[in-house]
Design a protein. Structure first.
Length: 282
């Protein structure tokens, strides 16, 4: 009998099993599709949302050929080597509160991965999953991209996690995978279930708090998990501007606060943040 896949370390996900486990009465997930290959799970789910897909619909891909990253970047990974998943939400909250969705997704993924894999995981602002300790500290394990759905009061939350990538498969030298970081398990099925349940729990708490991240406990949890805070950083902003200083906090809208050498505090709502190494002798 010919196998449906050729890498025994990377078994496929079972759509029906995931549906039975996740689409339960009182549960968060309303629909789950597992697709063999797509350009981008975000693009696929945005199309489904415009066709009327319900809140909490989920699309998972075994392979992405043009995954979307922040600032228009694209990326690829070997089939079944990671979690490539997008979640549709239709928040019944003022759009001003939606700025917390990328951070909510980050803390949800961080909690799930740390618990399922028994690893120390941190968040590099706003929502990159990174190794939090040891020789591989700051190596990126995954990222998140939230996109609004054109013509809809809806957001697609895309989450990508490097699960079983080997050293030669990493997209960039500063990346990492759960396997390389020493995860106790690299089974994508329980990890995906944990991720979606964690997201559902945090989303429900945030929604019931009216989008108030403090009342939901979201801001406090994020501050504990964010490894950017207290670090010297360089924020690369739109328009080729940069701000350099110490990451001193996260404000009520989820923006990173950077205190510059002249003690001015700047709120960074969008941009790339680079962790700077301490100067020699410091």
């Amino acid at each position: 009998m010919v196998s449906a896949y050729n890498d025994l370390d990377r078994p496929p996900l079972d759509e029906r099993s995931l549906q039975r486990a996740l689409m339960t009465p009182g549960g968060f997930v309303s629909a789950v599709r597992v697709l063999p290959s797509v350009e981008s799970t975000n693009t696929a789910l945005i199309g489904a949302a415009q066709d009327g897909a319900p809140h909490a619909s989920v699309v998972v891909a075994e392979e992405q050929t043009a995954g979307k990253g922040r600032l228009g970047r694209t990326w690829t990974a070997p089939a079944r080597s990671g979690l490539f998943v997008s979640i549709l939400v239709r928040p019944e909250l003022p759009p001003a509160a939606w700025t917390w969705l990328p951070l909510l997704a980050g803390i949800s993924a961080r909690d799930a991965v740390a618990r399922a894999c028994r690893l120390e995981i941190g968040l590099k602002w706003p929502n990159d999953l990174v190794v939090a300790a040891g020789e591989l500290a700051d190596r990126k394990l995954g990222g998140i991209l939230c996109e609004t759905v054109p013509g809809e009061a809806a957001v697609v939350v895309g989450i990508g996690v490097n699960v079983s990538l080997r050293q030669h498969e990493l997209p960039v030298p500063q990346a990492c995978s759960l396997a390389l970081a020493g995860a106790e398990s690299t089974d994508r099925d329980p990890l995906l279930r944990a991720l979606l349940r964690s997201f559902g729990d945090w989303y429900t708490r945030w929604s019931e708090a009216g989008g108030d991240a403090d009342a939901a406990g979201l801001r406090e949890a994020y501050l504990r998990a964010c490894v950017t805070l207290g670090r010297e950083v360089r924020a690369e902003l739109p328009g080729e501007r940069t701000v350099t200083g110490r990451a001193s906090g996260v404000d009520r809208a989820g923006a990173l606060l950077v205190t510059t050498a002249d003690q001015r505090e700047t709120a960074i709502g969008a941009g790339d943040v680079v962790h700077l190494r301490p100067a020699a002798g410091n």
